[in-house]
Design a protein around this ligand. Structure first.
Ligand code: GLU
Length: 303
C-alpha cells in the first residue's frame, strides 16, 4: 500500500475543497488562525512517518489533550475515576451544561468539557497545577519522543479571560460536590493543558502508544489502551461521535483548534489539522481527510 500517495491525494482534495468550515472564535487567540492551513501525518507500525502540507507547524491541540490527561488519571486513580465521570456518549455539544443538572453533577464522559474538567481535578488532587502540567508535558513528550512541545501561554490566558462557560460548568459541579479543588485552580490547569501546541508530526508520534506500537507498552498498559480507544470511538467527537464512527470506523479525538488524533490499532497513528470546524465543533476538512484515508487503506476497527 502506497500511504505516501494516498496522503498526497488527500492533500489535493483538501486544497480544492470549496468549504473549509469555520475557525473557532470563542477563544479570541484562536480566531486569527489562517483557515487555509492543512497538515497531516501518519506514523506506521514499522516506524516510518509520512506527512503532507503544514504537518510541521504547531497548532493548539485543545481537546486532544483530554486523551493524555485521561491516560494520566487512569494511571493514578484506576477505576476510582469512574465514580466521578461516566463512559457514555453525551449526544450534546462539548460545552453543554444541560445533562449536569439531570445527572447531579456527574458528567457523561471524560471528553466533553465537564468530564475533562473533572479528570483534571482528579489528577490535580494533592498537587500544584505546575506539577500536574509538568507531569502531563513529560507524558506527552515521552509519547512523542520529542522534548520540543510546549504550552502557549497566550492561548491559555485568552481562554482564562473568556471561558465563562467552563467556569459555569466547574462551579456547577463543585455545587454537587464533584470538584475537590477550587474551580479557578482546576480550570487554570485545564486551560493550560488545552493550550499545549504540537505539530501534526509530533501529535501522530504521541499517539503511537494508543496504536499499540512496539516500545510503547511501558507508557500505558495494553488493557488501558483498549479502553481509551473505546472512549475515543464512542465519545471523541462530541455529538458527532456516532457519525465519525460510521464514516471513519476508527477511534479519534478532535479539538477546537482543528486537530484530530486518529488511531488505527496495530497499524498507524494519524494526526490531521485544518482549523475550520463543522457545526459540531470538529475539523471539517480533517474529518473528510481521515474518512478518505480509511476508505483508501481499508483501515477500520470493524474488520
Ligand atoms: N479548551 C476548549 C474549551 O474548553 C476545549 C474544547 C475543544 O477543544 O473541543 O472550550
Amino acid at each position: 500500500m502506497d500511504v505516501a500517495a494516498i496522503l498526497q491525494a488527500i492533500e489535493v482534495a483538501a486544497k480544492n475543497s470549496p468549504d473549509r468550515g469555520r475557525v473557532a472564535d470563542y477563544i479570541p487567540e484562536l480566531a486569527s488562525i489562517d483557515p487555509d492551513r492543512f497538515g497531516m501525518s501518519i506514523v506506521m507500525a514499522d516506524g516510518r512517518q509520512h506527512s503532507v502540507g503544514d504537518a510541521r507547524l504547531p497548532f493548539s491541540i485543545q481537546s486532544v489533550s483530554k486523551v493524555f490527561a485521561l491516560a494520566l488519571a487512569l494511571g493514578r486513580l484506576g477505576d476510582r475515576l469512574w465514580q466521578r465521570v461516566g463512559r457514555e456518549p453525551s449526544g450534546l455539544a462539548f460545552n453543554s451544561i444541560l445533562q449536569l443538572e439531570h445527572d447531579r453533577g456527574i458528567p457523561r464522559n471524560p471528553f466533553i468539557n465537564a468530564g475533562a474538567i473533572v479528570v483534571t481535578d482528579a489528577v490535580l488532587a494533592g498537587y500544584a497545577p505546575r506539577e500536574y502540567l509538568g507531569e502531563l508535558l513529560r507524558f506527552v513528550r515521552t509519547a512523542a519522543g520529542d522534548d520540543d512541545i510546549h504550552i502557549n501561554q497566550d492561548v491559555a490566558r485568552s481562554e482564562t479571560e473568556t471561558g465563562h462557560r467552563n467556569f459555569a460548568l466547574a462551579h456547577y459541579m463543585r455545587a454537587f460536590g464533584n470538584l475537590t479543588n477550587p474551580p479557578e485552580m482546576t480550570l487554570g490547569a485545564y486551560f493550560h493543558q488545552c493550550a499545549i501546541e504540537m505539530t501534526c508530526e509530533q501529535l501522530a508520534r504521541s499517539g503511537r502508544f494508543l496504536a499499540g506500537m512496539p516500545g510503547m507498552a511501558g507508557l500505558v498498559s495494553p488493557s488501558r489502551v483498549r479502553r481509551i480507544n473505546a472512549l475515543m470511538l464512542t465519545c471523541g467527537h462530541y455529538d458527532g461521535s456516532g457519525d465519525f464512527a460510521y464514516r471513519v470506523g476508527l477511534p479519534g479525538k478532535s479539538g477546537v483548534g482543528g486537530g484530530i488524533l486518529v488511531i488505527a490499532p496495530g497499524r498507524a497513528s494519524i494526526a490531521v489539522w485544518s482549523p475550520g470546524l463543522n457545526s459540531q465543533g470538529n475539523s471539517k476538512l480533517g474529518t473528510e481527510a481521515v474518512e478518505r484515508l480509511a476508505k483508501s487503506t481499508g483501515w477500520s476497527v470493524f474488520g
